[in-house]
Design a protein around this ligand. Structure first.
Ligand SMILES: Cc1ncc(COP(=O)(O)O)c(C=O)c1O
Length: 503
């Protein structure tokens, strides 16, 4: 099955254009089948390099939480490890040791109840999605084991979440046959209401998932209240419903900016937490983490023991082979930045997010729906009822190179169209100011459009003449006519980044 979209092309176009590389390659190259002959490495590099120029610049991609800049020293370490398969733990014991250090650092950062010298329980994953699948499987198996032991049915497990969960929770539910019971959002409340969540818990609930940093608005859900309400319900019913915290984005923010906030293993019902190393863990795409409160929370039967590569190696992952570079990079960041460095980065990101929020509010056109406490991002809607404006602004910003997603909110709030600007470490104050400037210009375009695609302009007719003797100029210009024009069509794209011009 092919999940990618194949461009429909006629026979001639089905070949890759090789204009630039034509000094190396004379024949057109097929795109969707293996070429018969080899080509030189220079040609292969140049063709692919050129085609990739059409991708957007990752640094201007304000849609993503995922890291787009790391220090060159870390880039070097990553390149040095690019040929190491992480699965070969016995062959690369130091890489395995670095992963173990990362798991222990994260578990302690999240206040796991570990005694001095005790080893934390957790694994590195490809991202938070895999981490959530593993955590979900552990909850499902523990629930099934309890139900079986009690002689009760165990075929209808469910998870209670907010309707704002990221798609990976829906994937988990569908792939592993668990019902997702979603607490609906409502006007002014864009995260899971803990009271409603606890009301929805029943004897088949394998866990309640709280998000530390909602994907849609960056807001932290109230894990403390959820824990307290659930503890009361557990006592009353005799159930043992646990909590998972999806801290994909917030897990590397809250410990540094809000150390007093109780969202982690300080809450007794929190049994596992995931976090994306490749988001505010400050590593390039390809690393996530899941940690459990204790060994008892990860059923032994989910762990495989392999020995064909050497010594006995326990593994609990969905994939077997994967790169080592991201694990090494995560350890680099922990070692290099320490608590102080992470706090500085997060404070800076927050400051840039405030600059953005203030600038947006000054326009008087937007309502900012993200909170001051949360992931450093600004989520905002247009005042008024026209939801198409958000999508049009997103498209207009794209012409300046910025990628800002516009999306409608989930069930109950589909009438809201939100724009979201994520601030990462490499998005500094200068960029924030430049972004606001471009946003102002994009808004002008939208306003022009609203006036029917016409813009009041002056038109000059210029006559070019020969240069004055000795002036060194190429020509002289004389304005022969100056007129006020009402209708000049707006959307004329000019080279060089300008999107509006008079011609
Ligand atoms: C709250 C939340 N959970 C899970 C994920 C999935 O994370 P990953 O991309 O690391 O798989 C995301 C991604 O944005 C997220 O925001």
């Amino acid at each position: 099955m092919v999940l990618t979209h194949v461009q429909e092309l006629d026979d001639a176009a089905a070949a890759s254009a090789v204009v630039f590389a034509s000094r190396y390659v004379q024949e057109p190259l097929p795109r969707y089948e293996l070429g018969e002959k080899s080509i030189s490495k220079d040609a292969a590099y140049q063709i692919i390099h050129d085609e990739l120029l059409l991708d957007s610049s990752p640094r201007l991609n304000l849609a993503s939480f995922v890291t787009t800049w790391m220090e060159p020293e870390c880039d070097r370490l990553m390149l040095e490890a690019i040929n190491k398969n992480y699965a070969d733990m016995d062959e690369y014991p130091v890489t395995t040791e670095l992963q173990n250090r990362c798991v222990n650092i994260i578990a302690r950062l999240f206040n796991a109840p570990l005694s001095a010298g005790e080893t934390a329980v957790g694994v590195g994953t490809v991202g938070s999605s895999e981490a959530i699948m593993l955590a979900g499987l552990a909850f499902k198996r523990r629930w099934q084991n309890r139900r079986k032991a009690a002689g009760k049915p165990h075929d209808k497990p469910n998870i209670v979440t907010g309707a704002n969960v990221q798609v990976c929770w829906e994937k988990f539910a569908r792939y592993f046959e668990v019902e997702l019971k979603e607490v609906k959002l409502r006007e002014g409340c864009y995260v899971m209401d803990p009271d409603e969540a606890v009301r929805m818990v029943d004897e088949n609930t394998i866990c309640v998932a709280a998000i530390l940093g909602s994907t849609l608005t960056g807001e932290f859900e109230d894990a403390k209240r959820l824990n307290d309400l659930l503890a009361v319900k557990n006592r009353r019913t005799g159930w043992d419903t646990p909590i998972h915290v999806d801290a994909a984005s917030g897990g590397f923010i809250a410990p540094f900016l809000y150390p007093e906030l109780e969202w982690d293993f300080r809450l007794p019902l929190v049994k596992s937490i995931n976090v994306s190393g490749h988001k505010y863990g400050l590593v390039y795409a390809g690393v996530g983490w899941v940690v459990w409160r204790s060994k008892e929370d990860l059923p032994d039967e989910l762990i495989f023991h392999i020995n064909y590569l050497g010594a006995d190696q326990p593994t609990f992952t969905l994939n077997f082979s994967k790169g080592s570079s991201q694990i090494i990079a995560q350890y680099y960041q922990f070692l290099r930045l320490g608590f102080e460095g992470y706090r500085n980065v997060m404070e800076n990101c927050m400051e840039s997010a405030r600059t953005l929020r203030d600038g947006l509010e000054r326009t008087g056109r937007f309502t900012v729906i993200s909170k001051d406490q949360g992931v450093p991002l600004v989520a905002f809607t247009f005042k008024g009822r026209d939801t198409s404006l958000a999508f049009r602004l997103s498209a207009a910003l794209r012409r300046f190179g910025w990628i800002v997603p516009a999306y409608t909110m989930p069930a109950n709030l589909e009438h809201m169209a939100v724009l979201r600007v994520v601030v990462r470490e490499d998005f500094g104050r200068t960029m924030a100011e430049r972004f606001l400037n471009n946003l102002g210009m994009a808004m002008e375009e939208l306003d022009d459009e609203a006036k029917g695609g016409v813009v009041p302009r002056m038109r000059f007719t210029i006559e070019l003449g020969p240069p004055a003797r000795g002036s060194g100029e190429e020509a002289t210009a004389r304005v022969v006519k100056r007129e006020s024009v009402v209708a000049v069509h707006r959307s004329v794209s000019l080279a060089g980044g300008k999107t509006k011009g008079v011609c």
